[in-house]
Design a protein around this ligand. Structure first.
Ligand code: C5P
Length: 234
């Protein structure tokens, strides 16, 4: 496990494809309270500039591009991500051992290197979807297998549902292990298209180390206040 930068407790998912909207949200949020998650939508539309705008405002950035390719390509992509000075990068564990090892080596283990985590099974996949692609023994078994492979290859943690967080903490323990959980909803807020939601406090109690929260903050009338309220409730 690498010594990596400290991670914020909350990453706000900046799922937007429009420069004005991204800048507006960055201006509304307090960089001492959260990091920013930039995913495929914002990155594909706006490119590395989106990362730079967040870095300029002082936010740690989680570059959520879920790399999944041959080992050499993933290694080069991880190097490019590290050059963007992000705090957290992810890959798909289903890329296999050699891909995970190549990613680990490319990111390095210095104190200013980004942390490197893996997605096990997308939470949109059910047992029937997995059976169709040849995984016969269901999501739980596959999540366990891929999480063990992620730990064995020296990655820093996983992205997972807060409901799986406790079992993931066993593989990625306290000091440096990262368990990053989306699907988080403050009590009383809209679930949107998320189904199995957990409150921020419960997610942390289950062992999550960082929470990914999008629409409860970004779709609020006052995103800055919504973030403050969530932090205050923790
Ligand atoms: O708006 P919301 O809080 O639902 O946003 C959650 C973010 O986390 C989105 O960027 C979504 O793509 C991401 N995510 C998720 N569930 C996963 C993995 C990622 O909601 N299992």
């Amino acid at each position: 496990m690498a010594r990596q930068r400290a991670q914020p407790r909350i990453y706000v998912a900046l799922d937007a494809a429009n420069e004005g909207r991204v800048r507006e949200l960055l201006a509304a949020l307090d960089p001492s309270l959260c990091g920013i998650k930039i995913g495929k939508e914002a990155f594909t539309a706006l490119g590395p500039r989106a990362v730079e705008w967040a870095r300029e405002r002082g936010f740690p950035v989680f570059l959520d591009l879920k790399f999944h390719d041959i080992p050499n390509t993933v290694a080069q992509a991880c190097r490019a991500a590290a050059d963007l000075d992000v705090a957290l990068v992810n890959v798909h564990a289903s890329g296999g051992r050699r891909m995970l090892e190549a990613a680990r080596e490319a990111i390095g283990a210095s104190e200013d290197a980004p942390a490197l985590i893996a997605v096990t099974v997308l939470t949109s996949m059910e047992d029937a979807d997995l059976a169709e692609i040849g995984v016969a023994d269901g999501a739980e078994a596959q999540v366990g297998r891929l999480a063990r492979l992620t730990a064995e290859t020296g990655l820093d943690g996983v992205v997972c549902s807060a409901r799986e967080a406790a079992s993931m903490r066993v593989l990625f323990p306290a000091e440096t292990g990262l368990v990053v959980t989306p699907g988080v909803r403050p009590a009383g807020s809209a679930r949107d298209d998320q189904r199995r939601v957990v409150t921020p406090a419960d997610a942390l109690a289950n062992g999550a180390t960082s929470l990914v929260i999008g629409r409860p903050i970004t779709a609020a009338a006052d995103p800055g206040k919504a973030l403050e309220a969530i932090v205050a409730a923790l």
